[in-house]
Write a protein that binds this ligand. Structure first.
Ligand code: CO
Length: 146
């Protein structure tokens, strides 16, 4: 069902400072930035090999990431796995008794479709499923290096 780790999401208080850290200290290329009003986040994606680090700043304290920051502080927020067919993956998980947060996929960044799985069903880790328009592609990416 899972083909690769698409990204690991970190909740950060200052997206600008977090971007500086990942670009200047870890020397990773910033490949994508996007604001997702529906998810209440502003994100920055850094490539690490075939996967990404996703830095998430919240648009307000009442968003899911805002509440996470309030409750737990900065840190690891979720892990995202790529799937080829998100509806099939959700159906498989539901049949296995896994608690799904998003019964229907939502639009994620980079023109993906995403759905979250309840951490109560996955040993305390918030899991996101990501379906790219074409498996392994990164169609929403913009080159920010120039
Ligand atoms: Co994510």
């Amino acid at each position: 069902m899972l083909s690769r780790i698409d990204h690991v999401g970190f909740a950060v208080r200052s997206l600008a400072q977090a971007i500086d850290l990942y670009r200047d200290v870890w020397k990773l290329p910033l490949e994508h930035r996007e604001t997702l009003e529906e998810h209440g986040v502003e994100e920055a994606m850094f490539r690490v090999g075939d996967s990404y680090v996703q830095l998430l700043g919240s648009l307000s304290p009442t968003t899911p990431v805002g509440r996470f920051l309030e409750r737990r502080g900065e840190g690891l927020h979720h892990i995202a796995y790529e799937v080829a067919d998100i509806e099939a993956a959700l159906a498989d998980l539901a049949a296995s008794g896994v608690e799904i947060i998003d019964a229907k996929p939502r639009t994620g960044s980079r023109n993906t479709r995403v759905a979250f799985v309840n951490p109560n069903s996955t040993l305390g880790v918030l899991v996101e499923l990501v379906e790219h328009p074409r498996p392994g592609s990164f169609p929403g990416a913009r080159d920010l290096s120039t």
